[in-house]
Ligand binder design. Structure first.
Ligand code: G
Ligand code: G
Ligand code: MN
Ligand code: NA
Length: 250
């Protein structure tokens, strides 16, 4: 079992690393953004996925120093990428509820020299559901500074369209369960199409996650989503994939 002491030691010894997965413009096929996904490189147990330690990090509060490390590393790495490629960082609701989190992110940008417009913060619906006054303030501070806010795993939680009015959301990432059902479910396809249309009307970028096959890619493109993400385009990998993909041109 992994314990708080293990996690604390791992932080001190910097046993974490970021893997990167590209988001690709659905029409043009170029890489527009890269999402950072944390892993724990354990000296004896090998590579540990985030779902095995993020909950513990959240319960113990260690997500705060870990989240800070992730943000700094991602911003530093992104500095070396072309200016046209943004970086997306997942942020826990625990971080988002922390008073002063917005200012902390701005401090990391100042320290690393990354432009605010190149950073995207991914939050889950549950962050908004549990949203405190601090959450509101942090989101406003980030958005006002020019950092984009992406709603991750859209459609899995208590998706409320009111969030799109109450919070400054710049991007919607449609949960990959919709894409995985799209080939066989007309309803799943209709939801993807409707969210893509909503995005166009509201000026919110839409992403379909979990694109694994050429058929799914074609479907996502035909439903009008702005960006695609998934194993077909890029697996999460230690080095960001920054150049054009093999996406077919219209
Ligand atoms: O990379 P993988 O599919 O194993 O990620 C599983 C989950 O862990 C995803 O829901 C993802 O959002 C979350 N996750 C990955 N990296 C981070 C991170 O750096 N911070 C937080 N808070 N969650 C992350
Ligand atoms: O919740 P979040 O979207 O941050 O989670 C991202 C996770 O989804 C990553 O851990 C990544 O490994 C996983 N993922 C990314 N693309 C695909 C895909 O095409 N298929 C599947 N099954 N998982 C994916
Ligand atoms: Mn994500
Ligand atoms: Na997701």
């Amino acid at each position: 079992r992994r314990t708080e002491a293990d996690l604390r030691a791992a932080l001190e010894e910097e046993q974490f690393e970021l893997h990167y997965q590209s988001l690709v413009d659905a029409r043009e096929g170029h890489v527009v953004c890269v999402e950072a996904l944390v892993r724990w490189r354990h000296p004896t147990r090998g590579l540990i996925p985030p779902l095995s330690f993020i909950p513990l990090a959240e319960d113990t509060g260690l997500i705060l120093p870990l989240g800070r490390w992730i943000l700094e590393r991602a911003c530093r790495d992104a500095q070396a990428w072309p200016e046209t490629v943004d970086v997306a960082v997942n942020v826990s609701s625990v971080q988002m509820r922390q008073k002063g989190f917005g200012a902390e992110v701005l401090a990391v940008l100042a320290e690393t020299g990354l432009a605010a417009a190149r950073l995207e913060i991914e939050i889950t619906e549950s962050s908004l559901l549990e949203g405190s006054e601090a959450t509101q303030e942090n989101l406003a501070a980030l958005h006002d500074a020019g950092i984009r806010i992406a709603m991750d795993d859209f459609g899995t939680g208590y998706s409320s369209l009111s969030y799109l009015r109450r919070f400054p959301i710049d991007k919607i990432k449609i949960d990959r369960s919709f894409m995985s059902e799209a080939a066989t479910s007309a309803d799943a396809r209709a939801i993807i199409r409707a969210v893509a249309g909503l995005g166009i009307s509201l000026g919110i970028t839409t992403v379909v996650e979990g694109v694994e096959t050429a058929q799914q890619l074609e479907l996502a493109r035909s439903e009008g989503v702005g960006q695609v993400q998934g194993y077909l385009l890029s697996r999460p990998q230690p080095q960001a994939m920054l150049s054009r993909t093999g996406l077919p041109q219209h």
